[in-house]
Design a protein around this ligand. Sequence first.
Ligand SMILES: [Mg+2]
Length: 314
Amino acid sequence: MPTILVIDDSKLIAHVAKNILTKQGHEVLLAQDGETGLDIARDKKPDLILLDLVLPGMDGYGICERIKNDSTIKDIPIIMLTSKAEHADKVRGLELGASDYVTKPFDEGELRARVNTHLRIKELYESVQEKNRLLLEMANRDGLTGLYNHRYFQETIAKDFKKALRYNESLACVMFDIDHFKKFNDTYGHPVGDIVLKTLSELVKNLMRDSDLAARYGGEEFVLILYHTEANDAYDIAERLRKTVEQHKFQAEDLVLSVNISIGVACYYHPDIQDAKTLIECADKALYRAKEEGRNRVVAFWEIQPANTTENTS
Ligand SMILES: [Mg+2]
């Protein structure tokens, strides 16, 4: 049931408006001055506001401006209540952000029609916004696993690395991939391979803190960004992930499969790491080393290249 706030100091006008709108099935809230109206608007977030222009204290224009400057209520449509003679006033109100006006005394049909029109526009506007939000979300996600995709990961880590530099915060990158993944696809077929990828992604989601970011880097390769995370903690998180995957029974069709992952961890602060690209490369180097050393293990970049024995890697 839509809620409509009527801000008018005339009890008669407010009463008439309330009668008309209540008959329509709307819930009606009343305020006799602007300040009270603003408080109710912020508190109850009505779907529409009928606003008298001539009010005690702050007038309708002032109230209109304040509503339009308050991000929490600025999208609520405002219909001004004006008397017949006030043409210039209507224009001024519309310029301040009101959606429409209705002249007093009301024509019942007109009030009803204008209110319904603006309620419908608001509803459409909200559904378009929701669809845009969903589209944006989908554009950032990997279709199979629901994790973030490569592009979103790259954009985010570039931004967040700069932030980490500026505020001197630690930032860890954990890169991992599934050991001998090809065999799942080759032996059991791609649908089974997909189930393995999806199941692994679920394990990752369950293990992650809400503040961290998980993305599918490509194929069977994944990456995490861990915020405000020191090297040793990043290592522990990676090791916990490795163990969880090792112990999990992956169910695909009528198969129960064992899956292992190899993990590389890199962390800022490290003297060799001064940008996001290098952070990713260092995690990748550590992952490569984990593969070389026999897989199903975690290798930290700072172990293969300790900070105090920095060599020129270029
Ligand atoms: Mg008045």
